[in-house]
Design a protein around this ligand. Structure first.
Ligand SMILES: Cc1ncc(COP(=O)(O)O)c(C=O)c1O
Length: 376
């Protein structure tokens, strides 16, 4: 593998973001195989590269989008269906799962009769005012203890407010089609899913008793990636979800999920290059041509712990790896075990960097960010 990476770096230059589409397909198939009842809506935000959307679309995936631009990135592959097939239903392919949408976005997506989430009364009024063709999914606040990225401090209706928010929607002439939650990203505490499904089930059955007819349960994202050996296995989580869904929800309920990280994280490798070296307070600092403003943005936004591997051998010591910008904040890691004898022009590589990396890369200091290449 190292030889292959080196050849790619020599051919294309660095920083180089290598996307393996066979791995994306494999991750998608593992997800589907282990959760046969669940339709996968890939969360485009994790990595919105158009080629990923194309690969997953060809596999049969649906998509979770957060903005009008993401919506149109997916719609690109749907427009001909809409023209040809009058029974085509955009909900089968897209859920707009950002609970807060600006009025202009709502006006722009109105003509597509979208499926959108909400979690409060003001959003409901906004949807009614600007996009009354939408079907609604009520997002619930659920426990996210121990997840790498928590969600519940910003999103989700208190379970105690759910009945009221459902009634309010129907009173306004809108239809609540389902319930959703997100247990936090990279969720390794599976009790979060158990608790979230229990909360959802209670509200679901209460709504049915009241004569409402929710048909969709959206179990969100959070499915953990094996970044290290401590991460509990996805297959175990899938067993739990399957059993709980069967126990809690009738057969005719559609279960959907919005995995992001799980589909793309392990599908990318980054090759960076050492462009400077200094010893500071006794520690070697390797300056590389990528950093936290670029492909390593997940270190900031995603609480991601990076990994670095060298191609050359040598006695290892604790080194710092820092980015190329003039900001002293641009430190990727202060404790990497790397050979101390690496020099300018040597490459490093980083695995499992497909999610929340290039998605939030900037052009800070005028650096373009990594070149992306696709392996099919
Ligand atoms: C609404 C929603 N759905 C799905 C996801 C994807 O989550 P993950 O990458 O943990 O699977 C996110 C991540 O931020 C999200 O906000």
């Amino acid at each position: 593998m190292k030889k292959k990476l080196l050849a790619l770096a020599e051919k294309h230059g660095t920083p180089l973001f290598i996307l393996d589409h066979e791995k994306i397909r494999k991750n998608y198939r593992i997800f589907k195989k282990n959760l046969p009842r669940v339709q996968c809506y890939y969360a485009v935000k994790a990595n919105s590269n158009q080629e990923i959307i194309k690969t997953l679309f060809d596999e049969g995936s649906s998509f979770d989008v957060a903005s009008y631009n993401e919506f149109m990135q997916v719609y690109e592959y749907l427009k001909h269906f809409e023209e040809k097939d009058k029974d085509f239903f955009i909900w089968d392919k897209i859920i707009f799962s950002n609970t807060i949408k600006d009025p202009e976005t709502l006006r722009k997506i109105k003509r597509y009769r979208p499926l959108v989430t909400y979690d409060n009364s003001d959003e409901l009024k906004k949807i009614k005012g600007h996009c009354d063709t939408a079907g609604l999914v009520l997002r619930l606040k659920v426990p996210d203890t121990g997840s790498q990225v928590e969600m519940s401090s910003k999103f989700g209706a208190e379970p105690g407010d759910a009945n009221h928010l459902i009634r309010q929607a129907f009173d306004a002439g809108l239809v609540v089609e389902g319930l959703s939650f997100h247990v936090g990203s990279q969720c390794t505490n599976f009790d979060n899913y158990t608790a979230a499904l229990a909360i959802t089930s209670e509200i679901f059955h209460e709504a049915r008793k009241k004569g409402y007819n929710p048909k969709i349960v959206d179990i969100g994202g959070g499915f953990p990636v094996p970044y290290d050996a401590q991460v509990p296995r996805f297959e175990k989580l899938a067993q739990l979800i399957n059993a709980e869904c069967q126990r809690l929800f009738p057969e005719d309920i559609e279960i959907i999920a919005e995995p992001g990280r799980f589909i793309v994280a392990t599908a990318a490798t980054l090759i960076s290059e050492i462009i400077g070296k200094a010893r500071r307070d006794g520690k070697i600092f390797y300056y590389i041509n990528d950093g936290v403003y670029h492909t390593f943005s997940g270190v900031v936004y995603d609480h991601w712990i990076p990994n670095f591997h060298s191609f050359g051998r040598g006695e290892k010591e604790v080194c710092a790896v820092v980015g190329p910008t003039c900001d002293s904040f641009d430190k990727v890691s202060l404790s990497e075990q790397l050979p101390g004898n690496l020099g300018i022009g040597d490459y490093l590589y980083t695995e499992n960097i497909g999610a929340y990396s290039i998605a939030s890369s900037t052009k800070f200091n005028g650096f373009d960010g990594a070149r992306i290449i696709h392996i099919y």
